[in-house]
Design a protein around this ligand. Structure first.
Ligand code: COA
Length: 155
């Protein structure tokens, strides 16, 4: 049975997480490298993973030493009390088995325990599967951009 664990309590290192991002890169549109690295001004997934380790949390769904998926979350905004999920991704072979659902539920608990009142996520407008997944979990669209949409959920 797989379980959700925080990066710092896991057997995994930053390179393992970086490898997951490389594996899921092309599931994103544009690819994850373009979406994330451009915005953050960083050059590699490795640098990005270290940034999240320092400023947020990484949730890992794993079975023994196999990582099925990850969810990254910032929950340190004590002005607006709004958490933000920059990445949630489940590796191809493990999709549609409830892994994303468990990662998201854990992220809600983590956000609440860090006093967050809202949680925000962005995706691209044509990512129908993910949008259905977010709607099912109580997110509503709050902003529409040219290519992306922003969704929010009250915690
Ligand atoms: C979006 C994603 C994280 C969902 O993870 P998952 O483990 O496949 O999802 P789950 O199995 O936990 O599904 C939970 C619910 O979401 C919905 N859902 C998930 N994927 C769906 C899809 N492709 N189409 C329609 N509904 C979907 C289902 O309603 C499902 O509920 P059900 O079991 O009652 O049918 C995963 O598909 C993924 O990594 N996609 C590629 C990366 C991505 O798009 N990330 C989000 C962009 S920011």
């Amino acid at each position: 049975m797989s379980r959700i664990i925080l990066f710092e309590n896991s057997i995994f290192n930053a390179e393992n997480i970086t490898q997951v991002l490389i594996d899921v890169n092309h599931m994103f549109n544009p690819d994850l490298k373009t979406r994330i690295l451009k915005k953050s001004g960083l050059n590699t997934f490795g640098e990005y993973v270290n940034k999240v380790i320092c400023n947020g949390s990484i949730l890992i769904s794993c079975e023994k030493e196999v990582i099925e998926g990850v969810c990254m979350i910032y929950h340190n905004d004590l002005v607006n009390f709004t958490a933000y999920i920059p990445i949630i991704a489940v590796r191809n072979n493990f999709q549609k088995k409830g892994v994303g659902q468990r990662l998201l539920e854990y992220s809600f608990e983590l956000a609440v325990s860090n006093k967050m009142k809202k949680i925000v996520i962005k995706t691209w407008k044509t990512n129908d599967g993910a949008i259905q997944f977010y709607n099912k979990n109580g997110f509503v669209v709050t902003e529409q951009h040219n290519f992306d949409i922003t969704l929010e959920k009250n915690l």
